[in-house]
Design a protein. Sequence first.
Length: 143
Amino acid sequence: MGKAKKPAAEGWFTYQGTAALIGTRCQTCQTFFFPKESHFCRNPACQGTAFEEVELSPRGTLWSYTNNCYAPPPPYVASDPFRPYALAAVELEREKMVVLGQVASGFSTDDLKVGMAMELVVETLFEDEQTEYLVWKWKPAVR
Ligand SMILES: [Zn+2]
């Protein structure tokens, strides 16, 4: 029997059908936020307090990457116990903001090149007896 699957971080991404990160968009200045902003707009020139939830682009361009040997700060969700992995910073196609994520399993920094196309996938981050905990990752896009 398959294990139940659930997000390691609730509400940060969708994985039913096409994987996508869930962010918000300020209804005043149209700025996108990830993780979700829902109280005050972080754009210093904007007084917006109304946000709509949006699915962010599942594709983008590799902006930077590193071999990560330390547990990263939020919003990234690290496995426990922590294992080193390749970390990619990807500029989203539409929103032009950079979102960090672990590189999909089977890929290392040797497979990465700044400027290459990347796509969002959802994979198991860790598991226990009953459940696989899911997280978003970045994978070199197949065109
Ligand atoms: Zn705003």
